[in-house]
Ligand binder design. Structure first.
Ligand SMILES: Cc1cc2nc3c(=O)[nH]c(=O)nc-3n(C[C@H](O)[C@H](O)[C@H](O)COP(=O)(O)OP(=O)(O)OC[C@H]3O[C@@H](n4cnc5c(N)ncnc54)[C@H](O)[C@@H]3O)c2cc1C
Ligand code: FES
Length: 277
């Protein structure tokens, strides 16, 4: 059992938990994720380790309420327990001093890009960061991202905060102005990562993305998280979740993400009916 030590509502529909999980925190690295089950009969869902404190033995997760399990998770409070957490899972981010890098977080993707950005900064890189969301009410961790970046650009689709544009526009400006950018890391919705990759391809800049395919066991056994990278089948849970974005078949990823859409809608409807929402 894992105790929730702190709960914070970061924005509309996005919640943060600090969880007491000493053994996982001890081994966590940027890029890792966990699989959690709220209770014995619950479904397992993958969530990125958005932060960790090895001394306190805590993990931070940040999740967006999108369906049955994440809505249920959002009803838990400080002092409540999560029955199972497995991790750290996945291959950690490759961190080295390359010179100039760009880190991009879109929507709830701001949370998983944060530990990678911090590690790249600590490794000595000059870090330009771009965070974007549909609207101001969905943005969070601007200060945390600013603390680990040399420059931070904020965008919103509707112009309610920062620049009224999408993240690929300032990205292209940075790539034009700085011919020596060596790496772009992008985490967010698949469609955002696809267009980031299309932009960086033109400038031939290596781009790492973190894929959110549907996962079941998280250990490479079930094949549920299969993605196509450079024409080869890879398992997102063990080979990733980070991959060379220029090789990812994003259209297949997006198609596979929708595979259980009708069942997911029905599960949420039944859950909301049960709890009277
Ligand atoms: C490696 C990885 C890291 C992730 N990190 C985060 C994170 O830090 N914060 C966050 O908010 N979300 C993260 N996600 C997505 C998160 O797992 C899904 O939002 C969650 O599983 C939705 O479950 P649900 O029952 O609430 O919604 P559902 O209604 O069941 O699903 C809504 C959508 O979520 C996705 N999804 C559903 N079940 C799974 C599953 N078992 N595995 C993966 N995706 C699923 C599908 O695209 C689906 O259409 C991550 C996904 C992966 C693969
Ligand atoms: S989640 Fe089963 S193989 Fe990756």
């Amino acid at each position: 059992m894992f105790k929730i030590l702190q709960k914070q509502e970061l924005s509309e529909n996005i919640t943060l938990f600090d969880i007491d999980a000493k053994d996982i925190a001890k081994k966590a690295e940027p890029g890792n994720f966990i699989l959690l089950k709220i209770h014995e009969q619950g479904e397992r869902i993958p969530l990125t380790i958005a932060d960790f404190d090895r001394e306190k033995g805590t993990l931070t997760i940040v999740f967006q309420k999108v369906g049955k399990t994440t809505y249920h998770l959002g009803t838990l409070n400080e002092g409540d327990f999560i029955s199972d957490i497995v991790g750290p899972l996945g291959t950690p981010s490759h961190i080295e001093n390359l010179g100039k890098v760009v880190c991009i977080g879109g929507g709830v993707g701001i949370a998983p890009v944060y530990p990678v950005t911090r590690a790249l900064k600590h490794a000595g890189n000059s870090v330009y960061s771009i965070i974007g969301a549909r609207s101001k009410s969905l943005l969070f961790w601007e200060d945390k991202m600013r603390d680990v970046s040399d420059e931070l650009i904020v965008t919103t689709d509707d112009g309610s905060y920062g620049r009224k544009t999408v993240v690929t526009v300032p990205l292209e400006e940075l790539l034009k102005e700085n011919k020596d950018i060596k790496l772009v890391v992008a985490i967010g919705p698949a469609i955002m990562m696809k267009f980031v990759c299309k932009t960086t391809e033109k400038y031939n800049v290596k781009t790492v993305v973190s894929l959110n395919s549907i996962m079941v066991d998280g250990t490479g056994m079930c094949g549920g998280c299969r993605v196509d990278v450079g024409g080869e089948s890879k398992f997102c849970c063990v080979d990733g979740p980070e991959f060379d974005g220029h090789k990812v078949n994003f259209d297949l990823l997006m198609e596979r993400q929708k595979m259980y859409l009708e069942d997911e809608k029905e599960a949420l409807r039944i859950y909301q009916e049960k709890v009277g929402e």
